[in-house]
Design a protein. Structure first.
Length: 83
């Protein structure tokens, strides 16, 4: 399994957001370590689903763009006389 490493600055910001969520939505205070453990678990559990969805979205966008280019290439063709 691929391990997703977050840059330190991003990880710190996400930890703060998780702590803020627990405080605002659940009126619970969680520490930095608990927030980091939750983030790690969510990445482990949800990461593959989110990644696969992103790949599927990229694949669909690529197919759409390819079809557009294909249409444009057909439009460039010159008519040929048939004898």
């Amino acid at each position: 399994m691929i391990v997703i490493k977050l840059p330190k600055e991003d990880r710190s910001e996400i930890v703060k957001q998780v702590q803020s969520f627990f405080e605002e939505e659940r009126s619970e205070t969680i520490g930095e370590i608990a927030a980091e453990m939750l983030i790690d678990r969510m990445i482990q559990e949800l990461g593959p689903y989110i990644y696969n969805r992103a790949v599927a979205d990229a694949r669909a966008m690529f197919a759409e763009k390819f079809n557009q280019i294909d249409d444009e290439l057909y439009a460039l063709e010159k008519p040929m006389s048939r004898r």
